[in-house]
Design a protein. Sequence first.
Length: 244
Amino acid sequence: MSLSNFNLQVTSSGIPPIVIPNKYVSGSAYNNSSVTVYMTFFYSDGSRMEYAIASGNKIEIENLLLTRIEIYTKGSDVGTINYSFILSDKAFGTPMIRVIPSTAIVSAVVTNTPLPIDIKSNDYGNLPVNLNARNQTALTLLASAAYTANGNGSDIDITNYDKAQVCVNVTAVSGTSPTLTVYIDGKDTITGAYIPLGNTSSITATGVYSILLTGLACKYIRARYVIGGTTPSFTFSVTAEVKS
């Protein structure tokens, strides 16, 4: 069964993910735009890998057990990619990913994987696939400071992660009947709207508070805080350990 075989216009927000229910996928994608196009393969065990396909480059995959493919560009770039994939219930060989440069001097870097390989011109570079790979990193959603009114932090890109352990570290509290609630919002990249994903209970004293998020599907999250009371002040930070 063919998953797709056509030219696709890709915007910075990408396209709706291509869902593949536990199928082995083989096929290729060719970037015939003037910008870099990114593809993220989501494996059946929850791990994922992102590949940057430079202009004029082709990526080939064989016998990967996937659940989803995302195709997108970054920034305000728009590109066109020609791709064709075949689905099967069974694997027919060793899993393989290969990026094939078609221009004189190009590079395609595999990111967010324990197998970082920089592929230069005329190097076909077969890449072994580690289906047990896990990505993990620490992020700062809000730097420690004294906050006295409602507000929010900047958008944080979590494209390569689907779980987060959020830590709210409150080190100072003052005011009359002060209260603080910290929310983690996900962003809808189509409308720009924010969706509450989780929050702390009402905080009235110093301490460490946590929010556990799983099954994250959004590209961006942010920290948002609501402060109440008379002349309230909370000194706190919001950090997160994220993983896939």
